[in-house]
Write a protein that binds this ligand. Sequence first.
Ligand code: PRX
Length: 636
Amino acid sequence: MSNYHIKHLEEYYKVYRKSVREPEIFWEEIAEEHFSWHKKWDKVLEWDFTKPEIKWFQGAKLNITENCIDRHLRTKGDKTAILFEPNDPNEKAEHISYKQLYERVNQFANVLKDQGIKKGDRVCIYLPMIPELAIALLACARIGAIHSVVFAGFSATALSTRINDSDCRIVITSDGSYRGAKTIDLKGIVDDALVDCPGVKTCLVAKRIHSKITMKEGRDKWLQPLLDNASKNCEPEIMDAEDPLFILYTSGSTGKPKGMVHTTAGYMVYTAYTFKNVFNYKDNDVYWCTADIGWITGHSYIVYGPLANGATTVMFEGVPSYPDFGRFWAIINKHNVNQFYTAPTAIRALAKQSLDLVNQHDLSSLKVLGSVGEPINEEAWHWYNDNIGQKKSPIIDSWWQTETGGIMISPLPYVTPTIPTYATLPLPGIQPCLMNEDALEIKGNQVEGRLCIKYPWPSIARTIWGNHKRYKDTYFSAYDKMYFTGDGALRDAVGYYRITGRVDDVVIVSGHNLGTAPIEDAINEHPAVAESAIVGFPHDIKGNALYGYVILKDVGTDRNHDNLRKEINQIITEHIGPIAKLDKIQFTSGLPKTRSGKIMRRILRKIARNDTKDLGDTSTLLNPEVVQEIMDNALR
Ligand code: PRX
């Protein structure tokens, strides 16, 4: 028998040791007992981090939607699978049972088939947080199509780049979306994007805000009538364990976004196992993750992980501030939420509001509080613990990444004693280590270094779509035979991990990964801009915000700087999306550069964070005089 659900600390250590000593036996037992397969695997794991190549459960045949839906029908057909809470609190919440989900996924799958979509085709999904979004993912998986969800806050340019990178045939969107008191013209964004996407022949449009939109003849089709006419039965496509399930883009420190490819069996096993343990999910619990399905957190812990466990998963369309800053707490109260999973940036924003907005609501249903996406600072941790959990619900500070597919380092509730700001211990199967600047492993405790993982786990991304070399260079080249996370971490006296933040040029703003180079590329397209450099600096709600240093082409230009700042942020909004806007823009005559022409970002980071007492060694700078100028004019 596998130890599927870990219940106390001693058991955790025992299971963890087994998972390291006998990883294949460990995962095989879990896979055997808790999932349904058309055919079992020939080999549990084959791997080589130098190529890199990772294969889990090779030879196995399955369909993930049978595991997420069909196999629950007999015992849980009437149980709510997806509980949809609309943006407007006066609109009725929708309870979609497993049986209804089965029918709706099959109808959607049949619609995709009718549009000519088949196994292996890429389907771009650009939808707000409405049930059709989760259903679209599952419909793709039903027929073996590879979904590529693009977060509906990305701009038309960002969308078209992603559509073209993975050569999507079809886009699924809606007429628009609600965001608090505002509406957003999603279809208009898609129309703009598709001008640059000759490969897209079809666009399916869900009706949500009932706005007037233009439908392009031959390309655009309303989704609902097609669904209404589709059969509620759709035989699942039998997939190989290593067939791609989805592509999800994440930004890198340089270049275009990376389409991380996740495959079927390992991803299913790992997200299901971690969901059960990290949230201590029990059969009648109501679980709510506030992420958007456009990010990995939503894929793994709104859709696949919960549904594979037959859970009730809440999908919330709106924002935490509408109609007031008590909305999250009102929803917990209304639906008796037991597990609540959110991001530190939301906690910090809500902690700034009056406590009355919390105390009006009964939060006694809560049993587990989760945090994800960025380090949670001590103040936010305590506020969350004291006011939301009332010191009764353990806080699960879960560390992981788009690339890891599932939670890697995290306390287990009621098992692992928590310490604020610590993600604590690796989950079973995860072998983290810390590396020093000389690429040597730092052994022992009370040490700090770069976080790597030594051994494969089932949900690791297998490649970057269309660019395996980049996958190797980004994750497997910094350290020999190791997956490099890009994060720094420390390990304390008892072996707990604390994530200290990115060590590359990715800045996490409000929990969103933003590579600085693509934003610089966008800014440099402004006709007045000669060059730019962007760094992060601490921000009390967003965690980090962006600070841009910009050299204008025509020094001494009398153009209004405030207008230029607006135009620069407008360009960023158009190229990437509003999430990447700069908080501060300083115009400067130069940037500190080494003799080889590299911008010394270390100095710019220190100036942005107003920490200029010791700028470190500047002797290799080509233009040291510019540092004083930048410091004198720094924006505070
Ligand atoms: O820097 C780490 C940070 O978020 C990065 C991954 O971002 P993304 O791929 O967008 O996935 C976010 C959701 C899984 C990591 O490299 N991060 C994530 N969780 C934590 C964290 N930093 C500190 N503590 C966390 N709990």
